[in-house]
Design a protein around this ligand. Sequence first.
Ligand code: HEC
Length: 197
Amino acid sequence: MNKAYIFVFGSTSTIALSIFLFVLVPRMQITEVNSESISAQTPYTDAELRGRHVYIENGCIYCHSQQVRDPVAGADKQFGWGRPSLPSDYIYDKPHLLGTMRTGPDLSNIGSRQPSRDWHHLHLYNPRSLVSWSIMPGFSFLYDISISKESPKEGAIRVPGAEDQWLVPHEEAEDLVSYLKSLKRDREPMKASEAIK
Ligand code: HEC
């Protein structure tokens, strides 16, 4: 092999370039983010954790992401989805539910954007009753409909436009809405030095 040096040079530089791009650059980026700021998240309550499980079971992740991109990488800021996500926003998440598909809007901060419990229940029961063009499936199996003049149960929601119909959420629906309302990753991050104190 009289051209062995080309082979040696080629393979060495390919490995060196890969190490630089896929090991060193991400490491520098992550170190930079971590040392800047830490998100002020609070742990999930038991109900929120159960709701998270309902979110997983029902495949919400197939249409909804939970990661807001930096303005250089997309228009998430213009959509009003909050500040770009930080690694520490997910400190209590196991498994992570970042998602990749955005058939529906990002839900990182849905708890801040839509704090109404009743809105969430009516929307989950039948999305098109509130958003006429929605292609989100209804999760009506998480609810009962009760017909009566008075509220049949504490927490029942009157169905708009139908005076005597009430939506009665199952426990799983209540937990799911608690989880959605807890998603507030738009809290101002703390400086790392303050968070460690
Ligand atoms: C087939 C795709 C699909 C699935 C599965 C799906 N969604 Fe959606 N979702 C959408 C679309 C599209 C919208 C936007 C229209 C609307 O508001 O209904 C939406 C809107 C929402 C909104 C309102 C967001 C906002 O910014 O106003 C919430 C909350 C939500 N979905 C929660 C859920 C939950 C919880 C589940 C699982 C139980 C779920 N979605 C499953 C497609 C989906």
